[in-house]
Design a protein around this ligand. Sequence first.
Ligand code: PA5
Length: 431
Amino acid sequence: MLELYTEQIESCVEKEVYNEALEQAKEAYDVLFSRKGKGGNMTGWLDLPVSIPQNLVADCKQVADRWLGTMDVVVVIGIGGSFLGTKCALEACSHSFASVGERHSPHIVFAGYSISEDYMADLLGYLKKKSYGIIVISKSGTTIEPALAFRILRMNMIERFGEEDTRRRIVAVTDQKSGALREICDKYGYDSFPIPSDVGGRYSVLTAVGLLPIAVAGFDIEALLGGARQIRELLLKKDDSNPAIRYAALRNLMYRSGKRIEVFINYHPKLKYFGEWLKQLFAESEGKEHKGLFPATLDFTTDLHSVGQYIQDGERIMFETAILAGSKEVEVLVPKSTDNLDGLDYLAGRSLEDINRMAEKGTREAHVSGGVPNIYIEMEKIDEWNIGQLFYFFEFSCAVSAYMLGVNPFDQPAVEVYKTNLYRLLGRPGY
Ligand code: PA5
């Protein structure tokens, strides 16, 4: 089970103030579970690890089996909450060099998360001699980035494989009843999976939005759900042992004390996209009514050599939340050399994991002494089970945190401003 370590940050706040914040977090917890707070009709994700129908898991695996060996590539189309959870799980659970190694599943590539012409041209070129499938994911079914990518790739597919064959190459994940994507599926007979109406985009990774592409990529979606289920048990307890309540209370205190940025940190390149998923979750859930911590992400030790100076000695506006993970079974030890010209013989026989841990400890001590409080979360290793726990833990913590700020954790009205301008500039009728 993942562990939350808060001793260091707790020492920066008075006990009484912390206790008060814990009580406020529990009130926010009650609002969440009452399902009557702001956006209370969008709390279906709370139950997903236990309520997800078994046949949905089986259906996802069935698409994976059907496409295994028949598709070289599967293009997953989506943006925001319809993209980041899958990208994050795949990056975390894949071999770091999977693209050059032996593959037991189709190569998963992504589209519809930008409007870059170069990217699309490269993708079309890459797909030219490949057998490919499409998983198109959009809850609204109208988001312009994925809609454009789907139109281009679907037309390309029909041209190459014909209407009939295209039908078995496309699976959509969208709203059960409404939206343009739903209409396209109904009209052309594409298979589709529903997104529950009470689950919003950034809370949807444990629906078919994440489960289908993760299964098609060859990963264990039951373990993902199992991990989420296990931590859910712990988070259901409304007491001080609940790590989500403690975390929400502390980050709220950081905000009240003048911190404006929460930096999510990883020490493994595989967790880079977990940071991207977190960024969306917190920014869209909390950043409203001119409130909220700005979520930033950094990769350590890489970024210590680029922004380490600022963290140590720039504006004192941030605190850190580090996500730490043990390594898998394979140890890489520093070998002994014959001449010790690089001066590293003092490390001979030590594992990179051990050295990475020391880097993490040293960095934490340095940043804390420089006025950057630190929280950290430990998981045993990076795999589906633990990623499932992280997903659920942070969704839960984020909803409680947003209610502590008094904002709706489940809407994102301000995103419409850019969309409206874009539509006007593009000449969309009615804008
Ligand atoms: O969290 C959200 O609801 C958003 O970020 C959406 O996931 C994102 O805008 C994509 O929307 P859709 O799935 O409707 O295409």
